[in-house]
Design a protein around this ligand. Sequence first.
Ligand SMILES: *Cc1c(COP(=O)(O)O)cnc(C)c1O
Length: 358
Amino acid sequence: MSKKVHVFNAGPCLLPQVAIDNAIAALKDFAGTGISVLSISHRTKEWDAVMDECRALWKELLHIPDTHEVVFLGGGASLQFLYVAMNYLEKKAAYLDTGVWAHKALVEAQGIGNAYAIACSKDKNYSYIPKGFEIPADLDYLHITTNNTIYGTEIKEDMDCPCPLIADMSSDIMSRPVDVSKYALIYGGAQKNVGPAGVIFAIIRKDALGKVTRYIPTMLNYQTHIDKLSMFNTPPVFNIFVMNETLKWIKSVGGVEAIQKVNQKKAQLLYDEIDRNSMFVGTAAKEDRSLMNVCFVMAPGKEDLQDEFMAFAKEKGMVGIKGHRSVGGFRASLYNACTVEDVQALVDCMKEFETLKK
Ligand SMILES: *Cc1c(COP(=O)(O)O)cnc(C)c1O
């Protein structure tokens, strides 16, 4: 038997076991075709059925209105930074600069046109979400990053915005219900919460397209992929297959509404321990704490114990809790497939360490 481990990787994320088991089965024989999913033609009715189911599950789970369409593409969320500017930036766009990813999205847009940071939390190492900034109504769009994977901050509510609102939801998509009607575009990489690396999702309000005068290269044009139902060219077949299996699992456990409750419970469990335990302190502003990525460091005066705790936790089966180099310390990512038991194991490990060192 393999060792019991608790996976808190920031991405690629833990996936539900049933999705992995079904992927293994499909690698051998896809949908009773006798052909591996790796070799199936994407122009078959069996494959069409997967695409249709996957699109339908996205729409069902997030209650996506008919005004929007969802597409699946390659290139990672980082390429979406360019898609956004190409498809929507005409005169001026604003970006909420809440971390490394948000900043990269801004820089990419600045290569295309006039884009600026409307507010920025770099002054405190991105440990909070700026508030109270004015949003001009005449912007082409405002771009936000709802969950800042590296810093553990999150915009947990769908904000009102006088201009089109665009959100990178790479690391909190499907973790809670979202009012899709408030967004012109929601996009992200699948590998943080809904599938393996190698496929992105984009939920696009159809009437927000077609407003720029530039030539948009065919592959970078969202309209191409809406028109061709994500099959303009060969889609990332296997990645979409696993994403579909992951969405089926989300539905089977009660959908995003049920998942949100579990996510709240998991985050509360860990944040409560961080706040109670004399060995550790959280790094993100309390009101902005992410339910997905929980960042903490050794308490003042305990810094020397960092390596020791890391080794202790590793021994207890904790995987992937090293913090990103720009924050240091620890980061536990509590994506959908991570269980309350996994979080409890980490909490127990922190308690034990405190007892040992007191
Ligand atoms: C990981 C991440 C990205 C980058 O995703 P890639 O698919 O690796 O390009 C972008 N935005 C956020 C919020 C992320 O967490």
